[in-house]
Design a protein around this ligand. Structure first.
Ligand code: CO
Length: 293
């Protein structure tokens, strides 16, 4: 029953983008030489140490799609602005697409490096939609947008726990969460975790489940120690400050006040090659012009 519910949720979430992301290609688009490029689109980060996640994706994408033109863009306006002040110019999706078109690329595969298909991904789909009459354009799904990927990613996240972790110690993942209905994926994530490892939990910074939900479950399971791991592509501001810092309101501090010693592991999901493979598999599907939901 739980599995069916999760599948229904994922199907509903994927369905919305299916309408807007599958592009009709006109004959005119196919005339002449096809010049192809991949556009990798992340939320972005201004934390220097978190850049390691994107470096890893760039390395693995170059290896997987040998010889392909790969361009980057960040969806976060705030982060682009912050980086520009430091002299680092990162393009927005629109700017990157315009640049590729100006360079003569007429077949674009946009790969979302977001974790769930939330508001940022919706906006990206709208951008892609607005170019469909000018170029052949397809879009790859974020990390988790269907049941198969959810199941695969939950397993990979559990593998992130350190070897010394004992069964009565919890693994707590920090997801971002959102007001968007894609937040239901985080809830589905928790349902799968329950089945696979009863002392593993996911909470979110800006959605459900919450840290309070986790604390209740930890108390019920008599947990005294937990490993904190971000479920975000980068170990950036949220992971460093909201999760792992000594500030009063960090997850580490709140857990401590509740009798749970928390050990943060500051590693973004995109630092893990096997998790990056999930994004790149989604990209490979989009390159084939296939929608993978
Ligand atoms: Co945030």
């Amino acid at each position: 029953m739980k599995k069916i519910l999760i599948m229904v949720v994922c199907a509903a979430l994927a369905g919305c983008c299916k309408l807007s992301c599958e592009k009709k290609v006109t004959k005119k688009d196919l005339e002449g030489e096809v010049k192809e490029a991949i556009l990798l689109v992340a939320f972005g980060t201004s934390e220097k140490s978190a850049q390691v996640s994107f470096t890893n994706i760039a390395r693995l994408a170059a290896k997987r799609f040998k010889g392909a033109e790969i361009q980057w863009a960040y969806t976060s306006h705030i982060i682009r602005k912050k980086l520009a002040k430091q002299g680092q110019i990162i393009l927005s999706p629109v700017e990157a697409i315009d640049k590729l078109i100006a360079e003569g690329y007429n077949k674009l595969t946009i790969q979302s490096l977001h974790t769930i298909p939330g508001a940022e991904f919706d906006d990206l789909c709208k951008v892609a939609e607005s170019y469909k009459d000018r170029v052949i354009i397809s879009i790859g799904q974020p990390l988790v947008a269907n049941y198969a990927n959810l199941d695969r990613v939950v397993d990979l996240m559990l593998e992130q726990a350190p070897k010394e972790r004992k069964a009565d110690e919890a693994i707590i993942f920090m997801g971002h969460g959102t007001h968007h209905y894609a937040n239901l994926i985080d809830v589905a994530f928790q349902a799968l975790l329950n089945d696979k490892d009863k002392n593993s939990f996911i909470g979110t910074v800006e959605g459900n489940p919450t840290l309070d939900d986790i604390i209740k479950k930890c108390k019920a399971n008599n947990i005294k120690k937990a490993y904190l791991i971000p479920f975000m592509s980068v170990a950036g501001d949220h992971a460093k400050n909201d999760m792992a810092s000594d500030e009063d309101d960090s997850w580490k501090s709140i857990l401590k006040k509740n009798g749970i010693t928390a050990i943060p592991i500051l590693k973004g999901t995109a630092e893990n090659d096997k998790i990056v493979d999930v994004w790149l598999d989604n990209c490979a599907e989009a390159l084939k012009g296939k929608s993978n939901h």
